[in-house]
Design a protein around this ligand. Structure first.
Ligand SMILES: *[C@@H]1O[C@H](CO)[C@@H](O)[C@H](O)[C@H]1NC(C)=O
Ligand SMILES: *[C@@H]1O[C@H](CO)[C@@H](O)[C@H](O)[C@H]1NC(C)=O
Ligand SMILES: *[C@@H]1O[C@H](CO)[C@@H](O)[C@H](O)[C@H]1NC(C)=O
Length: 273
């Protein structure tokens, strides 16, 4: 199509409470729950006049982009405008999966593009909006929170599996068994989210019999949330106890080691980008 790219702005309402833009068939969902998170280590930063231009940059971003660019909105109205005059074609290198648009003093919007290694964090005093390529969020995952440099989504797998099959089931759905190692806010979020007893991603199935998360880090650090007198070493796989239906005592929501062959639901997570 002779290098002219058509932008389509549509409101996308297929998922409740999420809307965003669709550009050339690619979805970017606005995360309305996040008002002050920004990409801390952007692939690229540019000032733009409209959020749509940021989406367009994300879509067209290529690693080789040079110095900061300023794109006037009028450029998009010109039929002769070709992104490739300022960017390389990124169709073969779709590294930008997330972007934030925020006001940081002045009238201009700061557009930050994020890729797989970008950190996302809460910047106090900013009012960024965060958009992400919804194709990156596997089915049935719900937004949790922005923490530890990523945007975390959780999913409850209610079918009962043993630990081995629970790991495999989370992975088959594009995620992994959840790790509860991102501080009190994350721990409290999980406590509020879960309902029953779930597998989480930790075990002591290693030669030294030390409880580690699936990434190899120690479960005892930076903080442990084992239930009283757990782990008791009779068992080797970690679960998160849900609250009994008849109590509001959240001190009972804690880690418990259970037999790896137990059949219980699983808590899966994915961190983006
Ligand atoms: C921004 O996020 C930080 C960290 O989560 C929080 O402490 C702060 O209150 C937030 N600020 C605003 C304006 O939402
Ligand atoms: C809550 O339910 C458990 C298990 O069914 C039971 O053992 C316990 O006594 C109950 N506690 C209260 C306060 O009813
Ligand atoms: C889980 O069940 C599978 C069979 O579905 C079995 O191969 C595996 O060893 C079991 N894992 C545990 C820890 O019991």
């Amino acid at each position: 199509m002779s290098g002219v790219h058509f932008l389509v702005l549509l409101f996308h309402a297929s998922r409740e409470s999420v809307k965003g833009v669709i550009i050339q068939g690619k979805y970017y969902d606005l995360l309305p729950e996040v008002t002050n998170a920004s990409i801390l280590s952007p692939l690229k930063e540019a000032s733009v006049e409209r959020p749509l231009l940021c989406a367009a940059l994300c879509k067209r971003y290529a690693r080789t982009l040079g110095a900061p660019v300023r794109i006037p909105a009028s450029a998009f109205l010109s039929p002769a405008f070709d992104f490739r005059s300022i960017l390389l074609d990124s169709e073969r290198d779709p590294v930008c999966s997330i972007y934030t648009v925020g006001m940081e003093g002045g009238d201009e919007l700061t557009c930050r593009l994020g890729g797989p290694n970008s950190q996302v964090g809460a910047a106090v005093g900013t009012t960024s909006k965060l958009y992400l390529n919804s194709a990156r969020v596997p089915q049935d995952y719900v937004f949790g929170m922005v923490t530890s440099g990523k945007i975390y989504f959780l999913k409850k797998l209610l079918a009962n599996y043993n630990y081995t099959n629970a790991k495999a089931a989370c992975e088959a759905g594009g995620g992994q068994l959840a790790m509860d190692n991102r501080g009190d806010d994350w721990h409290n979020y999980i406590k509020a989210y879960i309902t029953v007893h779930y597998w989480i991603g930790g075990d002591d199935l290693n030669p030294s019999l030390i409880y580690t998360w699936r990434d190899g880090s120690l479960m005892s650090q930076p903080k442990s949330y084992w239930c009283t007198s757990q782990p008791d070493r009779h068992n080797h796989c970690a679960s998160m106890r849900g609250a009994p239906a008849n109590t509001t005592d959240t001190s009972q929501l804690c880690w418990d080691d259970v037999a790896c062959a137990s059949q219980i639901p699983s808590l899966c997570e994915i961190g983006i980008p």
